[in-house]
Design a protein around this ligand. Sequence first.
Ligand SMILES: *Cc1c(COP(=O)(O)O)cnc(C)c1O
Length: 377
Amino acid sequence: MTPRARIDVDLAAIRHNVDTLARLVAPSALMVVVKADAYGHGMLPVARAARTAGAPWLGVATIDEALALRRGGDTGRVLCWLTVPGEDYDTAVREGVDLTAYSLAEIAEIAAAAERTGVPARVQLKVDTGLSRGGAPMAAWPDLVEEACRLEGAGLVHVTGTWSHLANADEPEHPANDAQQAVFEEALAVASDAGLRPEVRHLANSAAAVLRPAARYDLVRCGIAAYGLDPAPGRTPDLGLVPAMSVVARLAMVKALRAGDSVSYGHTWTAEGDTTVGLVPLGYGEGIPRIAGNRAQVWVGGGRRRVRGRVCMDQLVVELGAEPAEAGDEVVVFGPGVHGEPTAQDWAEASDTINYEIVTRIGGRMPRRHLDGGGPT
Ligand SMILES: *Cc1c(COP(=O)(O)O)cnc(C)c1O
């Protein structure tokens, strides 16, 4: 039985995208970012596909995510970058996870874990070059670098990287990109003068990896592009990336409406003429944005159909018009777009958001299936 609704993730697409990006950025190395359950694509299967396609690094936000990769059998380099005081640094150090330190307090906790476990901690230092989010402010950077040098001398840490993150990489002409990169250069000089010789210096996310070759340094951190979505819509050259995720449902019901009939809560849409609508058993309980009511489209019977009225918790209504359709027919909510079906990018535009949010929050009651090209893995 085909389920009511499901998420399909094509691992062949992930491998293709990772391979494409790795070739594009070479000789810089590629980190595939698999945080937030691989942007909704399923962390472990995506991680394996990324490794198979040649990603020497994986990136995650939290220690929990890094340890889940280890439990899943991943033995390669993994960087994580978001902790709060008192986290389980011991396990992360024992498991050879590369940790990021933003502050003296954080590197002290990491060093204490190294002391307890007897394993030198792999640490990367992050500098805030202007995003004003994580990372050491430039004013605190020399002290953090100096302490990292001292701890490295004491054999407690091994400084494997220095890095930062851009605020406007999806707008390549934005002056903040040059400003941030100039600050990053200063920070690298401070680290180098202090004697640090990290394996990798890195600044670029997907958008910068593609659009700003000068920001590639030794390593780029690609999330969204590995999933086949455009990191800078309208600005990215065609790299032949393939969206890996499709969301597919089946019509629960088809019914005729008369002119003047109104649809869904609040009656925000009224049929101008006699028409037919289909009931799609998906709603904001599955992560379909409620704001997409009356704005987004889906694919039924070889054509795009409009969402009519409000998106509810469990269901939404699409207008089929004169097209023949019946209960049980397939509805593609979004997919790679190759047949004309809407994409996650289309849903983002209909929902005043970015493609990242569409794929990352989709889920709810839908099972996820991993495919390899045409068939199940
Ligand atoms: C999520 C994240 C990335 C990946 O960004 P994309 O735009 O998806 O490529 C890179 N670096 C950091 C620090 C991140 O948090």
